[in-house]
Design a protein around this ligand. Structure first.
Ligand code: BGC
Length: 338
């Protein structure tokens, strides 16, 4: 199904594309290639829309929080908004103090993507990102496929190629609430498990210090599932948790995250080929979303599979670098049970 999703100030019309398979229904807009809606049943067959979103392209154009957005070329933070690749230094636009978050203000999620394939259970969108776009080198062709399977899986497939060595670190920034996006007060009652044994502590600007620290004995230990909770680690000053969870865990095994809503019985597991997963508890959310629902602080949680934040400044970590002409491919699967 394809339906109108409103008009941009330029007069251009945006569309919402719906795909279905195996009990799941997902809707994706060509404006920003954002995941707008994801319907998942519970054991009685009641459907809930488990991702936060906006009602029209206008919300995605003006809204905050990267809701449902594909983030690129480089997800999360780059310290000092600069990096060196080969023998050249590159500057990006700072958009969080001196640092660059999610590649800066000209986000891939506020651009029109081209739909190159739409079938009953999959959609592929394409974006051309020219040399120098956001400050990154290389003319890049980026493709994102959302694919449903018949065993409750939503696959995010990223493919990209550039004519120069460049940075590719693409992720999806959906906020999940398995109780249904409108039940904002229940998001923190979800049980989370993260099998990662290490996380990367960050400074007050959320830039990793370079250390890989054991989760043992810290609020970051999610190796046994536990409710996320509202009063998150306020007592654990050394981790800069005052804002709440917003950190990167190592991907130790797959699934690398599992989420469970005890009331509905809906569960989601996340598997990926990425080395890291950022668990962000929606600490700064403040948006008027679908159906007039206000998404305040901690109304949903993002589980962003990616290279480690600021990896470009830590050569000891896996590097988000793709050589000229080589193919970048990455896949993350969110699998639902109910
Ligand atoms: C980051 C948060 C940031 C958010 C923006 C997350 O990926 O880790 O620090 O506030 O994106 O929506």
């Amino acid at each position: 199904m394809k339906e109108s999703f409103g008009y941009l100030p330029t007069g251009e019309e945006c569309f919402l594309y719906t795909i279905s398979c195996g009990g799941l229904t997902a809707s994706i807009t060509d404006f920003g290639a954002c995941l707008v809606r994801l319907l998942v049943p519970d054991s009685r067959g009641n459907l809930a829309d488990v991702v936060l979103g906006y009602d029209s392209c206008d919300g995605y154009l003006h809204g905050s929080g990267y809701i449902g957005a594909p983030v690129g070329r480089c997800a999360n933070r780059i310290k000092g908004s600069c990096f060196v690749l080969g023998r050249k230094a590159y500057s990006l636009t700072p958009n969080e103090g001196p640092n660059n978050l999610h590649s800066g203000p000209d986000s891939y999620s506020t651009r029109m993507w081209k739909v190159i394939q739409h079938t009953g259970d999959a959609i592929t969108l394409e974006l051309r990102s020219p040399n120098g776009d956001q400050g990154f080198p290389g003319n890049a062709l980026i493709r994102l496929t959302y694919q449903l399977d018949n065993v409750g899986g939503l696959h995010f497939l990223y493919d990209a190629v550039s004519d120069q060595d460049t940075v590719f670190n693409l992720t999806n920034h959906s906020y999940f609430n398995l109780a249904g996006h409108q039940n904002t007060d229940k998001a923190m009652d979800q049980l989370l498990s993260l099998p990662g044994r290490f996380f990367t502590p960050a400074d007050a600007e959320s830039i990793p210090t370079g250390e890989k620290r054991s989760v043992e004995g810290t609020p970051m230990d999610f190796r046994v599932p536990k409710p996320i909770g509202r009063d998150i680690g306020a007592d654990y000053e050394p981790l800069h948790l005052q804002g709440g969870y917003d950190h990167n865990w190592e991907v130790f095994c797959n699934p690398c995250a599992q989420l469970y809503d005890p009331e509905s019985g809906r569960a989601m597991s996340v598997s990926t080929d990425c080395p890291g997963i950022q668990f962000y508890a929606g600490n700064f959310l403040n948006a008027d979303g679908k159906g007039g629902v206000h998404y305040g602080k901690r109304s949903g949680i993002a589980l962003e599979t990616q290279f480690y934040p600021d990896a470009l400044h830590h050569p000891e970590w896996p590097q988000p670098i793709t050589r000229a002409g080589e193919r970048y491919h990455s896949e993350t699967v969110c699998r639902f049970t109910w």
